[in-house]
Design a binder for this molecule. Structure first.
Ligand SMILES: C[S@@+](CC[C@H](N)C(=O)[O-])C[C@H]1O[C@@H](n2cnc3c(N)ncnc32)[C@H](O)[C@@H]1O
Length: 228
């Protein structure tokens, strides 16, 4: 097992967390299309020994459904969910404990605006970072934190995967995404779709590059970012 962070005590059952199991309809719909993309980019060697498990950190796990769907497909990867909203930890913990392959750790309370050093991670220790539907449904400081932490805490050539709707060259398409952006900004002026060009600049300032853009159902994209 990777010793980048001592998480051996984090495989316990669902004790200490309260909250019901949540099911987000959107996560139910998009989890399999995202899994198909992950299968192209996660290198999971079934023959590797137990000391070489890779660490996959999810930011903003929400209900916890995504990792529950992904983890059984990559038994040699250890999945670490996290959330800033403590009310969601019970649901995430439920899914982690119920995972048949037992490779989802109990969730961490992580605010992506803070450096991962606050959570015990060592620099250049993560094999994958992943976040779905965070970038447009949080203040831009969260996106800045996401890329700063990716630059500091991903291993060299490791990947970050982000999923959601984005604008490109300042233009949002189609109209349903324009309407979605308007509704997000009405709910919270600091939310809204981010432009891929801005993200590329932010990433490059943190030694991270966009290496692939995958079109997804419902006018979403999965962006694949690679640490230099
Ligand atoms: C739209 S939900 C997405 C949940 C899940 N990833 C999904 O796709 O179903 C956005 C999530 O971002 C989380 N979030 C907001 N601000 C955050 C922050 N500063 N650090 C980490 N997560 C944050 C919220 O608590 C919320 O669960």
């Amino acid at each position: 097992m990777s010793k980048s962070r001592d998480f051996s005590s984090n495989f316990h059952e669902n004790d200490g967390y309260t909250g019901e199991k949540l099911v987000y309809p959107a996560a139910t719909r998009n989890q399999d299309p995202i899994l198909q993309v992950l299968k192209r980019f996660i290198v999971s060697d079934f023959d590797q020994n137990e000391d070489e498990n890779q660490l996959f950190l999810e930011i903003a796990s929400g209900s916890g459904q995504h990792l529950a769907h992904f983890a059984p497909n990559f038994p040699n990867v250890i999945f670490q969910p996290s959330e800033v909203d403590s009310n969601l930890l019970g649901s995430i913990s439920y899914y982690a404990s119920a995972c048949p392959t037992k490779n989802i750790l109990q969730p961490l309370l992580i605010d992506i605006r803070k450096s991962f050093s606050n959570y015990g991670f060592k620099e250049e220790s993560l094999d994958y970072m992943y976040s779905a539907n965070l970038i447009h449904i949080s203040p831009y400081e969260c996106t800045v934190g996401l890329f700063q932490n990716a630059g500091d805490y991903l291993k060299s050539e490791a990947l970050m995967i982000t999923y959601g709707p984005y604008s490109k060259d300042g233009i949002i398409t189609p109209q349903s995404n324009v309407d979605f952006d308007t509704s997000l900004r009405a709910r919270n002026p600091s939310w809204g779709l981010r432009d891929i060009n801005d993200l590329i600049k932010l990433a490059e300032n943190n030694n991270v590059s966009l290496i692939d853009t995958v079109e997804m159902p419902a006018n979403n994209l999965t962006l694949i970012w690679k640490k230099d």
